[in-house]
Write a protein that binds this ligand. Sequence first.
Ligand SMILES: O=C(O)c1cc(=O)[nH]c(=O)n1[C@@H]1O[C@H](COP(=O)(O)O)[C@@H](O)[C@H]1O
Length: 224
Amino acid sequence: MSNRIFVAIDTPDLERARALATRVRHHVGGLKLGLEFFCANGPAGVRAMEEIGLPVFLDLKLHDIPNTVAKAVQSLAPLAPAILTVHAAGGRAMLEDAKAAAHPDTKVVAVTMLTSLDERDLADTGVGGSAHDHVMRLADLARAAGLDGIVCSGAEVKAAHRAWPKGFFVVPGVRPANGAAGDQKRVVTPRQALDDGASILVIGRPITQAEDPDAAARAIEATL
Ligand SMILES: O=C(O)c1cc(=O)[nH]c(=O)n1[C@@H]1O[C@H](COP(=O)(O)O)[C@@H](O)[C@H]1O
């Protein structure tokens, strides 16, 4: 994949999603559709976005008992997304069953610790220790369960990639130098994330909220 930016199309409005994706399509490598889009538009919306001709990353962050997640993944299999997310915290059986139920061409990746969290948030959920240790533990679990890779922040991707050289590493929470972090807490620049081993970058608002999204995507691409 030459362009490793997946633009996060976070809107419930299909027409806006289509217009945005069409505008930036020459300066991104794929489209990421998340809960906001999927809850409003469902599988038909995903198919409509597939027509744009870029790989689709379906980011539903599934997290439930193994049977429920496996059945959900099975229902999504006809869409054959390039990438699908589940939460690593769902545990080994859930991860194994999700991978087994997915379309063979889909990379199933496990979200480790959301980039919107810091160590204080982690402690609030009853998990002690550092973000680094938590991500490394969940990355080991994802690998042992046969997943294709993980989602983590740019702060952990170097160590995670070293421990799992063949893994596929999705890094969101990336911001161009001087970019507004918003609700993201563990943030790095796109260049840094790629240098440290990210396979793809997920970038939303720095592109989608820009006055000229295509120019913003082009400017970020130029730094890579
Ligand atoms: O799985 C994800 O894509 C994801 C995981 C994570 O830990 N943090 C995270 O921000 N994301 C997604 O990445 C995108 C980031 O958007 P921006 O903060 O606007 O660049 C959103 O669509 C999030 O849902």
